[in-house]
Ligand binder design. Sequence first.
Ligand SMILES: NC(=O)c1ccc[n+]([C@@H]2O[C@H](COP(=O)([O-])OP(=O)(O)OC[C@H]3O[C@@H](n4cnc5c(N)ncnc54)[C@H](O)[C@@H]3O)[C@@H](O)[C@H]2O)c1
Ligand SMILES: O=C(O)[C@H](O)CO
Length: 386
Amino acid sequence: MAKPVSIEVWNPNGKYRVVSTKPMPGTRWINLLIEQDCRVEICTEKKTILSVEDIIALIGNKCDGVIGQLTEDWGEALFSALRRAGGTAFSNMAVGYNNVDVNAANKYGVAVGNTPGVLTETTAELAASLSLSAARRIVEADGFMRAGLYDGWLPNLFVGNLLKGQTVGVIGAGRIGSAYARMMVEGFKMNLIYYDLYQATRLEKFVTAYAEFLKASGEKPVTWKRAASMEEVLREADVISLHPVLDKTTYHLINKERLAIMKKEAILVNCSRGPVVDEVALVEHLRENPMFRVGLDVFEDEPFMKPGLADMKNAIVVPHIASASKWTREGMATLAALNVLGKIKGYPIWSDPNRVEPFLNPNVPPPAASPSIVNSKALGLPVSKL
Ligand SMILES: NC(=O)c1ccc[n+]([C@@H]2O[C@H](COP(=O)([O-])OP(=O)(O)OC[C@H]3O[C@@H](n4cnc5c(N)ncnc54)[C@H](O)[C@@H]3O)[C@@H](O)[C@H]2O)c1
Ligand SMILES: O=C(O)[C@H](O)CO
C-alpha cells in the first residue's frame, strides 16, 4: 500500500474531481476548472518525480481526470486505475508525450491531451540561446571571469564562431524547428538546410521571401535546402538543432557514426528529448574534438547526465527549461486543464491544435472545446466546428 500523498484542495464541493500531479504556474487553470464545477486537487508532495504508486494513490476511487507531467510513466497501470476510478481524461502538461502509452489510453477509453503551440517560440528561443552561447563560448567565459582569471584583453581570448553566413541545420522542422530556423535565418543571416519527413512549406516560403528582401536591399541573400537525408544536414551545417518528436525512428538519431560526419567545429543543440542523442557517444566525441560544442536542454537519463558530460568545457547544460517562460508555462497549464475539462464536459476537440490562441486570452472565456487531444480519432471524439 503506497503512502498517502499530500494535496491542496480547491472548491471541495465541486461535482467533478480533477487531480494535478504537480502545482502548476498561475491560477487561471484552477479558476477555469472551478467555474465548471470541478473540485481541484493538487499534489504538493516534495518529491520531484512521482512514482506510478504515488499517482495511483492520488487517483483514488473516484477521479474524473488527471493533469500529469512528462516525468511520469503513463501506461497500462495508470490508465487502468484512472478508468476504474471513473476517469476518461488525462493531459500531459507538455507538447511531447513520449511518456504516455497512447495504446493503453485507447484501451481504457481515456483521452490524452498535450499542449502544442504555446511553447513554440519559447522553446525555439532557448535553442537559439544555446546556439549563441555555444558559438561565443559564453558559459566558459563567464566561469573565467568569476574565477578571477581575467587580467586584460587578449587577441586570442575565447575566440568563437561567427554565425552570419554560416549554415544552420534543423532536424525536425515542425512547429519548434521551423520557429528556430526563422530566428537563426532572420536574426543572423544564416543559410538553412533542414531534414524532416514532411516538407516545411511555410518555412521555405519565409526564407525565400527573406532572401528576396536581402537581395533588394543590396545584401547577400540567404539560401535554403530541404535535405534528402539527415546525413546531408550533418555534413553541411555549422550549427545543428534537433527538434523531432521522440519515437522509435528518432531514438539515438545522433550516434557515434553520425557525430563522426559532422564538421569538427560544428555546434549541436538538443531541445527535443534526451534519447534522440546517444549521450555516451556524445561525451566521447566532445572529449576527442575540443572545438566541437554542444548546448543541451535534455538528457538521456534525466535528471542524470552520462558520466563525463559535466566535466566537458565544450558542453553547455541546462535542466530542461526550454519552455520555461511565465507566459508559456501558465498557458501550458491552461491548455492541459482545458483538455481535461473538455473531455469531462463532453465538448468537441478543437479543429486545429496549431492555433490555440483563443484558449490563451485571459480576458475572454475559452472556447467550449478541448484544445489538443492526440488520440481523438482513435476514440472517435467529435471535432469542433469553430
Ligand atoms: N526541451 C523542452 O522543454 C521541449 C519543449 C517543447 C517541445 N519539446 C520537444 O520537441 C518536440 C517537437 O515539438 P513540436 O511542437 O515542434 O512538434 P511538431 O510535431 O510540430 O514537430 C516535430 C517534427 O518532427 C518531425 N519528425 C518526426 N520524425 C522524424 C524523423 N525520424 N526525422 C526527422 N523529423 C522527424 C515531424 O515530421 C515534425 O515535423 C516535442 O515532441 C517535444 O519532445 C521539448
Ligand atoms: O514537451 C514539452 O512540452 C517539454 O519538454 C516541456 O515543455
